[in-house]
Design a protein. Structure first.
Length: 66
């Protein structure tokens, strides 16, 4: 989930994931096209930042599975 420079990872396995995503969308967050598979929020943010630096902004807009 992204809003400006704010990045919030959301684990889809959490019971309340649907409600969290709905709430964040109402607050103006968008779903990132960069989907990251990680073993926790900290690892997800590290991977996101790594790939954000590797690809130009226009490439990040596409769906990338990592």
């Amino acid at each position: 989930m992204i809003k400006g420079e704010v990045i919030v990872p959301q684990d889809l396995e959490e019971n309340e994931a649907g409600e969290m995503i709905r709430s964040m969308l109402v607050q103006g967050f968008t779903l990132s096209h960069l989907h990251i598979h990680a073993d926790g929020s900290t690892e997800a943010i590290k991977r996101f930042n790594k790939y954000k630096k590797m690809y130009k902004a226009d490439v990040i807009k596409e769906v990338i599975q990592c």
